[in-house]
Design a protein around this ligand. Structure first.
Ligand SMILES: Nc1ncnc2c1ncn2[C@@H]1O[C@H](COP(=O)(O)OP(=O)(O)O)[C@@H](O)[C@H]1O
Ligand SMILES: [Mg+2]
Length: 293
């Protein structure tokens, strides 16, 4: 089977793992394998997982490794094709018509076309990585439209004809799984579920992302965060919260606070929901037990 030129230079999942490390992303073997296969097979990569496990960041790191421009389509409730594909700049078209007076004016020229992420990615083709982020926020109609785009990799603009590109953009989709995605969409992709990192990997991520933090502190924060995640919280801390809690406590400690106090006072960096905070506060000492040693 011919290897997709997209990954020329990256010969295997371990090589992709190492390249991602160079972009400050520590993938586990399963993620490196799924991403490698998606690239090798020329398929979209679908990453699902809880908020904060590193989905968006994985796409950014991949773009960096591949030397591609990251084009991000952030999905939201009510997003439609116009916001995703292209829009005509009506005010400028109107102005041009008025200025032209009696003369003919082509209002469907490039200068009046506003490329949204999907058209942008199609035009950039081989130089782009299209991140379709948090697709579960969009509705089923938009998902069906996405599926069509991912099948054909072309866009039809009635006034302009069909736009396609010789080289497909690399596509990464993410979902926080607030709802199930269509079977047909999954089938088109290489799928990977991202778990919270295991303690050792999460501590390594903290060390990589927060240079001020000592390894011992990183290990303790990771243990405390995993105790938090075991609680029934509305917004369990993601990896970014682990990194920031370690950084914040390290800062307060350097200013004289002892460790338990430093962690206690910095809790607002780890938990950002009032209900979660009032639920945890009575048990906070137990959550951070061990950080004093
Ligand atoms: N495997 C990882 N390696 C390095 N940093 C990570 C990793 N996973 C998560 N992070 C950190 O956690 C932060 C949040 O991740 P993000 O990609 O925004 O989560 P998600 O998109 O899944 O909600 C990132 O900005 C990054 O700093
Ligand atoms: Mg994200």
């Amino acid at each position: 089977m011919p290897v997709n030129p997209v990954i020329a230079g990256i010969g295997s999942p371990p090589e992709l793992h190492d390249a991602l490390l160079g972009a400050q992303y520590l993938a586990d073997d399963d993620l490196a394998t799924a991403a490698y296969l998606a690239l090798a097979l020329g398929k979209p990569l679908l990453l699902e997982g809880a908020p904060g496990v590193g989905k968006t960041e994985a796409a950014k790191a991949l773009a960096s490794v591949l030397g591609r421009r990251l084009i991000r389509l952030q999905c939201y409730e009510g997003i439609d094709a116009g916001a995703a594909l292209y829009e005509w700049n009506y005010p400028r078209q109107m102005l041009a018509i008025r200025q032209a007076g009696e003369e003919y004016v082509n209002i469907y020229k490039d200068e009046f076309l506003i490329a949204r992420p999907m058209l942008d990615a199609l035009q950039a083709g081989g130089n782009a990585l299209l991140l379709i982020d948090e697709i579960d926020r969009s509705d089923h109609e938009f998902e069906a439209f996405l599926l069509e785009f991912l099948s054909d990799f072309q866009i039809s603009i009635p006034e302009r004809g069909t736009i396609r590109s010789d080289q497909r953009p690399v596509v990464v989709l993410t979902s926080n799984r607030t709802r199930e995605l269509h079977e047909a969409l999954r089938r088109r992709c290489v799928y990977h579920w991202i778990e919270y990192p295991d303690p050792q990997r999460e501590a390594s991520i903290v060390m990589m992302r927060a240079s001020s933090v000592a390894r011992e502190t990183a290990d303790k924060v990771v243990a405390a965060v995993s105790r938090l995640r075991a609680q029934p919280l509305a917004k369990p801390p993601g990896v970014a919260e682990t990194v920031e809690w370690a950084e914040a406590a390290t800062l307060l400690n350097a200013q004289g606070a002892d460790w338990p106090n430093a962690f206690r006072r910095a809790i607002g960096v780890a938990l950002k929901d009032q209900d979660d905070l009032s639920f945890i506060t009575p048990n906070l000492d137990q959550i951070i037990s061990g950080v004093a040693a």
